[in-house]
Design a protein around this ligand. Structure first.
Ligand SMILES: C[S@@+](CC[C@H](N)C(=O)[O-])C[C@H]1O[C@@H](n2cnc3c(N)ncnc32)[C@H](O)[C@@H]1O
Length: 363
């Protein structure tokens, strides 16, 4: 089965579904709202009467957030028109809005072909998606079996052996050669993504992207995505020790994920030279989707926070875990994970750094 069949969020609207557990991602969209509103108003004012503004959401998933973008765009335009009316400015030109909601399978934004015709999109939006990689990327994930879970690095680096054994992303034991590959593949993927979107954007088209990142060059800071995946790797290892998971399964599993630093993103955008950076910033969001306080550093209810974090992560990776390790371990794994997360939160509140990038096409 191809990776795009299972690199998606947990389906349906049940207790463990993404639709029920996507508050963290909703908060990121709301945090990005002022930037998005600025882009929408600018585009709206620049378009001639009776034109159609085309907006595409890349990695829209299915759940309440899918329609949140649609409602934010429509709301921005109607607020803008209301203000114009109050200030007795001439009414804005009538316009149609067209939305494209893109997700896997079959609509992979990392592939080399075009998702949209040349110069057809006014605004690309993507939230909480660009840190996921799919295929054609990590050589160390594809070598040999042609599967995303195979984690051999190129032979010239590893002599044919597995590297990154007990980690599923960049963890404490990840060798520098593997970190280097993650970085290089990310740079290639982001550059390709920018080039493809540039061709699909109308002249001066806009792009608002929000994704998990890092605050600094360090790979394993408390609270960053890498420490959250490290805990999931430890939970998997504990199931290996209990005989519930084969060691080989853990050894051969790597996530196709990369959280870049702001500098890494800046460098790729500058070298790619197709977009002007209108805005780039980082904000923090507590790991616990139910916790809206990012100023405080103490977690009062570590047990309930651990459970909230586990529910959120399960909704994101359940299809991947089920595909590789089987259905039977899911409940045990996320129970162990919840307790490891709550222990981790006793040290300090953990917060994801999230990068917002607003770009305008140079053509
Ligand atoms: C965490 S969800 C975010 C969904 C939604 N944007 C939100 O904010 O709630 C990430 C989504 O990106 C999609 N995705 C990841 N890689 C993709 C790719 N290469 N092409 C298209 N969609 C992708 C996944 O299937 C998933 O639905």
């Amino acid at each position: 089965m191809e990776v795009e069949q299972w690199l998606h969020m947990a389906n349906g609207d049940g207790e463990n579904s993404y639709a029920t557990n996507s508050r963290l991602q909703e908060k990121a969209m709301l945090e990005t709202r002022p930037v998005l509103q600025g882009a929408v108003v600018e585009l709206y004012r620049s378009l001639p009467a009776r034109s159609t503004m085309v907006v595409a959401d890349l990695g829209c998933s299915s759940g309440p957030n899918t329609l949140l973008l649609v409602s934010l765009v429509i709301g921005t335009i109607s607020d803008h028109n209301r203000e114009a009316e109050q200030e007795q400015r001439p009414p804005a030109a009538a316009m149609e809005l067209q939305f494209f909601l893109n997700d896997l399978p079959g609509n992979d934004f990392n592939l080399v072909f075009r998702l949209f015709p040349c110069r057809s999109v006014h605004l690309f939006h993507s939230s909480y998606s660009l840190m996921w990689r799919s295929k054609g990327s990590y050589q160390f994930s594809y070598r040999g079996l042609g599967s995303t879970c195979e984690k051999k690095v190129p032979d010239e680096l590893s002599g044919g052996a597995y590297l990154n054994e007990e980690s599923i992303y960049i963890g404490k034991s990840t060798p520098p050669a593997v970190i280097k590959l993650y970085k290089e593949e990310y740079q290639k993927d982001l550059s390709l993504f920018l080039t493809l979107r540039f061709n699909e954007l109308v002249c001066g088209g806009h792009m608002v992207l929000t994704f998990l990142g890092r605050k600094s060059k360090d790979m394993l800071l408390h609270g960053e995505a890498s420490s959250m995946w490290d805990l999931l790797a430890q939970a998997l290892l504990s199931l290996v020790l209990k005989g519930l998971v084969e060691k080989e399964k853990l050894v051969s599993f790597n996530l196709l994920f990369y959280a870049p630093s702001v500098d890494e993103v800046k460098t790729v955008v500058e070298e790619n030279n197709l977009f002007n950076v209108e805005h780039m910033s980082v904000f923090e969001s507590s790991w616990d989707p139910q916790d809206d306080d990012t100023h405080d550093d103490v977690v009062l209810g570590c047990t309930s926070s651990g459970l909230n974090v586990a529910r959120c992560i399960r909704a994101v990776v359940e299809p991947l875990i089920r595909k590789h390790f089987g259905e039977a371990i899911l409940d045990d794994l996320f129970m162990v994970y919840a307790s490891m997360v709550s222990k981790h939160l006793k040290k300090a509140k953990a917060k994801y750094p999230i990068i917002i990038v607003y770009l305008k096409a140079k053509h």
